[in-house]
Design a protein around this ligand. Sequence first.
Ligand SMILES: [Zn+2]
Length: 265
Amino acid sequence: MSGKSKDIAIVLTKAILDHRIMPGAKLGERELSEIFNVSRIVIRQALVRLLEEGVVTIERNRGAFVIKPSLQDAQDVYDAASILEQGAIAQLSHRLSSSARASLRQHLEQQRQALRDRNNAVSDILGQQFHMLLVKLSQNRVIIDIYEQLSRKILLIRALYRAEFDYEHLLEDHERLVDLIEQRKFKQTQDLLHDHNRIVSNSYVLDEREQPARSLAEALAPYLADQHQKDAKVAWMADHKESRSSRAVPSKSGSTTSTTQGRGS
Ligand SMILES: [Zn+2]
């Protein structure tokens, strides 16, 4: 995979998470190759990358589309994550160290501070981290790996859809969860986790309102401005080197490697 296709995948992901390219939008290969001024092969590589990350689906003869999880899809992802969290708690009974308990308490304090600061964006991130921390307590690598995959999907769901969380209530639940863990009441911890995760997944507002029609070129314009500045700088540096040295040799990926670099790779 070329560096170019990776960069394009990153720009597309940003635009999707920033809500500039909407769920369900078509990502046309030809249109994108014109926008990014690269071959369709490079675009295809970028789209395959997004497919692997679960950001797009590719439909035979129709092309690539931004995923559009339904309310049920979101619910399923949360249910699966919740089952793993509860399973991790079930494994805690013989694995709960005092340092693990301390890290939970410390994390709660960070969450409390974010709430005091009324910083919902940080509350959001810390809230998710807290759940990851619970799963990591299990020290089960397989559970942790699967949970990380689900976390990426949750991240996407959170970016794609609006949620109205009561952060105060969620944090009170987190505090109660840690209390229960410290009291080694693992069954009650699992029950509370189940209810807590249900509240979270039910907080989504799956907004089906029509979005203003925006072409891919318009949606991507802000990111391309940055990219063009970078490209211009790279081109200027390459020209500059060329004028000082013998010749610049185009590399396979299309970027320019100058002989003045003086370093082998
Ligand atoms: Zn939570």
